[in-house]
Design a protein around this ligand. Structure first.
Ligand SMILES: Nc1ncnc2c1ncn2[C@@H]1O[C@H](COP(=O)(O)OP(=O)(O)OP(=O)(O)O)[C@@H](O)[C@H]1O
Ligand SMILES: [Mg+2]
Length: 248
């Protein structure tokens, strides 16, 4: 099949079974450019598995994942990253002993690989990009600080910055505000709203107050299937969603 689409991400009939158990079951999900899409649902619903499938960590049993009209389901993880898909895991994978600046520097696309790092120069272009990202993630005053000294929330922002510096067209975040203070949650909402401009963002989150602040569209997963989808208001008032998720 070679149908084309205007969506950044178009998932159709996506299914994965683990020993006969369907963790994701015939899922359809579409995300536009500039859209911030949130997936919610009870524990074990299959939310993280959807991200694993998109980034190639888990292979689909059947179905299609088209990113900018390119089929991802058969591609290895590194090719999916290179195609422009960035993913943040729940525990930040930053280099604690490096400064904030150095963390951003090693994440710069041309700073990668053995030759890349040996020949890498802090050119004005690189430094400009690092400062732009540091400003966006609210760490411009902490550039020379070892990343290990940052607060939990700041570490999460740094990891987001390390993804942003690669300019992904799709950014995926799994429970980005878990463990954050109220103030940090508010700042993260502003940050995510900003970074959804010009790309697509897919967020998994349990904090409904936060979801309400950021979501353009919401998909509710339950037992690997879509229970409801639409804007926050519609989803929040869906009796099925209240019964299996929000009511608890
Ligand atoms: N690689 C795997 N092998 C076997 N089973 C798996 C694998 N990955 C996930 N599962 C199972 O699939 C189901 C969905 O898990 P998943 O982590 O996607 O849920 P989730 O919606 O992210 O839940 P939570 O809100 O707790 O993070 C669970 O029953 C889980 O045990
Ligand atoms: Mg999960």
């Amino acid at each position: 099949m070679s149908t084309t689409t205007d969506f950044t991400l178009a998932i159709e009939g996506l299914t994965v079974s683990f020993d006969g158990f369907k963790a994701v079951d015939d899922l359809n999900l579409y995300i536009d450019k500039n859209e911030l899409h949130v997936v919610i649902g009870p524990n074990g619903a299959g939310k993280t598995t959807v991200l694993d499938l998109i980034c190639g960590k888990t292979k689909a049993t059947s179905g299609s994942i088209k990113f900018l009209n390119v089929e991802l389901t058969k591609k290895p993880e590194h090719e999916i990253v290179r195609a422009g898909v960035g993913r943040k895991f729940q525990t930040p994978s930053i280099y604690e002993n490096l400064t904030v600046l150095e963390n951003l520097e090693v994440s710069y696309p041309e700073g990668r690989g053995i030759f890349g790092s040996l020949l890498f120069k802090r050119t004005p272009k690189v430094m400009e990009k690092i400062h732009e990202i540091a400003n966006e993630i609210m760490l411009d005053d902490a550039l020379d600080m070892p990343a290990g000294l940052l607060s939990h929330g700041q570490k999460q922002w740094l990891e987001i910055g390390m993804l942003l510096i690669q300019d992904p067209q799709l950014l995926m975040l799994d429970e980005p505000v878990a463990g954050m203070s109220v103030k940090e949650r508010e700042q993260t909402a502003v940050l995510l709203n900003k970074i959804s401009q010009g790309r697509s963002v897919l967020v998994i989150e349990h904090d409904m107050e936060f979801v309400e602040r950021i979501a353009h569209k919401v998909t509710v997963l339950h037992q690997g299937k879509i229970l409801a989808a639409g804007d926050m208001h519609k989803v929040q008032h869906d009796p099925k969603v209240v019964e299996v998720y929000l009511g608890h």
